[in-house]
Design a protein around this ligand. Structure first.
Ligand code: ADP
Length: 542
């Protein structure tokens, strides 16, 4: 093993200087010394490599040959600190090489002192930080890409609005690809030919395209839209397929200059013709790389799914609206002959003295009334949907409404005992009396419908903290907990519950809407096989 040098082996001054010079020369960093006036006094090999000047070219020259004109004032700041015996540590700046190239460097400058301590110059260590900055930039780009991908994923899985999905996809892919502009074109087909329809654009205003006819799906577009292929070109003007499209044969006059070009198809996950394509342009050549293509391709695949979902959703909404419209029209058509039949039956009822004919007329009338209520409910639903159901709000007594509902129920459902638990004093509410009665009839009808014959139904009314609570309690089949949330939905009926019981699944929907329109709340407590309690609250006038 080599022994550590002792003070006896002390190197003489010349050896020491030679050793220092060797260290300086072999350093990876540029090491330069200069006088306080800024004249270069030494220049190592790394400085030659970094700045491109040979030692002989720069000794005695002023340090400002390395400083870009707009950074000359930095030298005054540096010299000032040095004169005061202070260092400059890791100062990131730009210097210029012999051939005029600007390079980012990190500078550390320290004063050089003579034996007597006097400051006679400065040593300057310059490190090329191009790599470090590139790595930092790469990290930033990566983080940005991650963020964009994440937001794309979130957006595409949660959004069902087609236009906003496509706008966001266009914005994000334009950013990810570094394009100057990006656009999504729909693939349209008419009798003669396919053509494209510009749907969303990013990076430039849509006005830029407003006077241009929509491109035909031929030439380059054909690759993307008919063949579902990807096209990425460093210079699209060199592509043999470019410029084949009438009327402009290339980019229309006044179009943004496009050199780098990338087109990526957006396909439907369920097959069929390509939905459309994402197109990106840049005025400089070779801007789109394989990694951009991969990123955009990944988002285009997700976009295909999102577009399909959004389209299906729009289709469902359209069909739903059509269904509501149909129910509305059918309800109106049914109501007129129904009222006529009802009128004739009432006449018959009055004219028939008794016996079997009278009994049958009464039965027919009961069924016609039932039919009338069903049609009325259907019409109410469509009116509620379109916000056209009218309410006539006014102060009214609640207990007479409850009693009248019970009387009606005793007539139409004589198989059930209806009991009432009402307060002695009447209660005034503000509301539409006939609508509140409709709520009560709906709840009481259900209580009877979903319980065995002879099983009692009870209505109770009580005041509680500024509101009145009305409950309808039955001892019927009850409702399983997992259906409780859904029974207030339009057309929802608990599957298999009371199989033989007919209904449209709209009674509770209507009842809840009416109660909410009165500023109240509707709820249910139920246990399967034991019975249910439906209740609603109404605010009391102050
Ligand atoms: P409908 O009775 O015409 O089916 P509703 O909207 O009035 O429609 O009720 C929705 C569903 O809620 C019913 O189909 C039934 O399954 C359930 N339901 C409502 N009231 C009761 C009740 N009192 N007891 C048991 N189930 C009920």
């Amino acid at each position: 093993m080599e022994e550590a040098p002792t003070s006896n082996d002390a190197l003489d001054i010349e050896d020491k200087q030679a050793m220092l010079a060797a260290i300086v020369d072999s350093s990876e960093d540029a090491i330069i010394s200069k006088t306080l006036q800024g004249y270069i006094t030494s220049w190592n090999r790394a400085a030659e490599r970094l700045f491109g000047y040979k030692e002989s070219e720069v000794i005695g020259k002023h340090i400002s040959i390395l400083i870009p004109p707009d950074k000359l004032s930095e030298e005054d700041m540096i010299i000032n600190r040095i004169r005061n015996g202070l260092d400059v540590n890791h100062f990131d700046t730009i210097r210029v090489t012999k051939n005029g190239e600007m390079i980012p460097i990190s500078l550390t400058i320290s004063p050089i002192r003579a034996r007597n301590g006097q400051i006679i110059g400065a040593s300057k260590i310059a490190r090329d930080i191009t790599e470090r900055l590139r790595a930092q930039e790469e990290l930033r780009t990566h983080a940005r890409i991650q963020e964009l991908l994440l937001s794309a994923g979130r957006l595409l899985s949660a959004n069902l609005d087609l236009r906003s999905v496509l706008q966001k996809v266009t914005d994000i892919t334009t950013q990810l690809s570094g394009a100057e502009f990006g656009a999504f074109f729909y693939n349209m087909v008419d009798e003669e030919q396919r053509y494209l329809e510009l749907y969303t654009i990013s990076g430039v205003s849509k006005d830029v395209f407003k006077d241009f006819p929509m491109p035909r799906s031929s030439g380059i577009f054909e690759v993307i839209l008919r063949d579902s292929g990807i096209l990425r070109s460093d210079d699209i003007r060199q592509d043999p397929r470019y410029g084949k499209n009438p009327p402009h044969f290339g980019m229309p006059p006044g179009h943004l200059p496009v050199v780098s070009y990338m087109g990526i198809p957006v396909k439907s996950p369920s097959g069929g013709p390509t939905i459309g394509g994402l197109f990106f342009g840049h005025s400089e050549p070779a801007r789109f790389k394989a990694e951009h293509e991969k990123l955009v391709e990944g988002i285009a695949a997700q976009a295909g799914v999102a577009i399909e979902n959004a389209r299906l959703y729009e289709e469902i909404k359209r069909l739903n609206a059509k269904k509501d419209e149909f129910i509305g029209v059918a309800g109106h058509e049914l109501r007129t002959p129904l009222s006529t039949i009802k009128g004739y039956l009432q006449l018959l009822e009055h004219r028939t003295p008794g016996g079997i004919a009278r009994e049958l007329t009464e039965k027919a009338l009961r069924q016609v009334n039932r039919l009338g209520r069903l049609v009325g409910d259907l019409l109410d639903v469509t009116r509620m949907q379109s916000g056209q159901l009218e309410y006539h709000m006014m102060p009214c007594f609640l207990l007479p409404l409850v009693k009248e509902s019970l009387d009606t129920m005793r007539q139409i459902q004589p198989t059930h005992p209806f009991e009432a638990n009402l307060p002695d004093e009447d209660i005034v509410i503000t509301g539409d009396g006939s609508k509140i009665e409709q709520v009560l009839i709906n709840l009481l009808t259900n209580a009877a419908k979903y319980s065995a014959e002879g099983s009692p139904v009870q209505v109770s009314v009580q005041k509680k903290a500024g509101q009145v609570i009305v409950s309808v309690i039955d001892c019927g089949i009850g409702i399983a907990a997992n259906h409780l949330d859904m029974i207030f939905d339009r057309y929802y009926r608990v599957p298999d519950a009371g199989r033989a019981v007919s209904g449209l699944g709209i009674g509770l929907y209507i009842a809840e809407r009416i109660v909410e329109r009165h500023g109240g709340h509707m709820g249910v407590k139920s246990e399967e096989g034991k019975g249910s309690e439906f209740y609603f609250s109404l605010p009391l006038p102050e």
